[in-house]
Design a protein around this ligand. Structure first.
Ligand code: MRU
Length: 343
């Protein structure tokens, strides 16, 4: 299979490598994902993370496995296992539906390799189109708050919400980015802070609990976030803490934008209450771990609630910025995300 490199994935000599997003920014470790089990483990541990990237890594591994001579039956099993690796981000399911289609082709090896590379190339393009659609919404001097990580690390391209911010900054319109640290796993503090600093974008890291005060002080002009799944009524599942920011933005009359590729849209899902929300380990809340080691501060055996995502109702969203353009609340209410009805 041809050599390929994105910010956080690469294929060299027919092997998939991932940049360990749990070790960043202190360490830049490339880890091999040679088997289905190994990739599932990387996905569970969030070494590979971000809705688009999860789908792409699974698709690329399947293509490599097909190329290595894995049988159609074994590939079907591998696909099923990968599909079950994380429940919330629908990009994984959407990408794997296309890989399953390729698996049914007579020459499934060529079809799967072609499809996985096509998905990766498409994702890069989708990010560019999202940035095209998003930047007109960012006036000069904007101070933007973002949550989690939606950048090049999470996609094959420049990112979704972070791609918009980056492009708007290149156009001279971003004065400041507030980076929410994103407890419990600190994707903001570890990854977005790193990506923006590397790019030279003026940014400041805040704890999640500081957002309200910043907004009250008039220091936030807009909130931009990504999405893991967009339901047909416009409700959005995204990293836990997104809903709090949407409520705060609504109260302070600050625009709240969601940026995502169409691969994040789930037309079959009627509303946010139907989106499966991943529950994660207690240890992520009782402490923190990374390349710096593991720290635990909570009392032993404390009961913990740890949903990885929350749902922001459509009513709190000012615009859904997709690769196809900006979608307004009126269009969403009119059913633009609902399944097409046959005549
Ligand atoms: O648990 P994670 O880090 O995979 O969650 C990621 C997010 O919630 C992102 O906002 C979303 O996947 C969009 S990434 C372009």
């Amino acid at each position: 299979m041809q050599t390929l490199q994105t910010t956080s994935l690469k294929i060299i000599d027919n092997q998939l490598w991932i940049l360990d997003q749990q070790a960043l920014p202190q360490q830049k470790n490339w880890l091999i994902a040679a088997t289905t089990e190994q990739l599932v483990d990387h996905i569970h541990a969030l070494r590979v993370r971000g809705a688009p990237l999860i789908g792409l890594s699974a698709s690329l591994l399947l293509a490599i496995q097909a190329r290595q001579g894995m049988s159609r039956q074994a590939l079907t099993e591998s696909l099923k296992t990968l599909r079950a690796s994380r429940p919330t981000a629908v990009n994984l399911m959407n990408n794997l539906d296309r890989m399953l289609q390729a698996l049914s082709a007579e020459d499934y090896v060529t079809a799967m390799v072609t499809e996985a590379l096509r998905l990766t190339g498409e994702d890069r393009q989708l990010c560019e189109h999202i940035a095209d659609a998003g930047t007109p919404q960012i006036p000069a001097g904007s101070r933007i708050l973002t949550h989690c990580n939606t950048g090049g690390l999470a996609t094959a391209g420049i990112g979704t919400a972070l791609g918009v911010i980056l492009r708007a900054w290149q156009q001279g319109n971003v004065a400041q980015v507030w980076v929410g640290e994103t407890r419990p796993l600190l994707q903001g503090g570890r990854l977005t802070a790193w990506e923006l600093s590397e790019a030279g974008v003026p940014c400041q890291l805040i704890t999640d609990s500081m957002a309200a005060a910043l907004m009250a002080e008039g220091k936030v002009d807009a909130v931009w976030v990504g999405a893991d799944r967009i339901a047909a009524n416009g409700d959005v599942a995204n990293k836990i803490g997104t809903y709090s920011l949407a409520v705060l933005a609504h109260y302070h009359r600050i625009p709240f934008y969601v940026a995502a590729p169409h691969t994040t849209l789930d037309r079959q899902c009627p509303s946010g209450s139907h989106i499966p929300i991943e529950q994660r380990a207690a240890s992520e809340v009782t402490g923190v771990s990374g390349s710096f080691g593991t720290v635990s501060w909570a009392p032993e055996n404390i009961r913990v609630h740890n949903p990885a995502f929350d749902v922001t109702p459509a009513a709190l969203i000012s615009g859904w910025v997709l690769d196809t353009g900006m979608v307004t609340p009126q269009q969403v209410a009119g059913g633009i995300f609902r399944p097409a009805v046959a005549d």
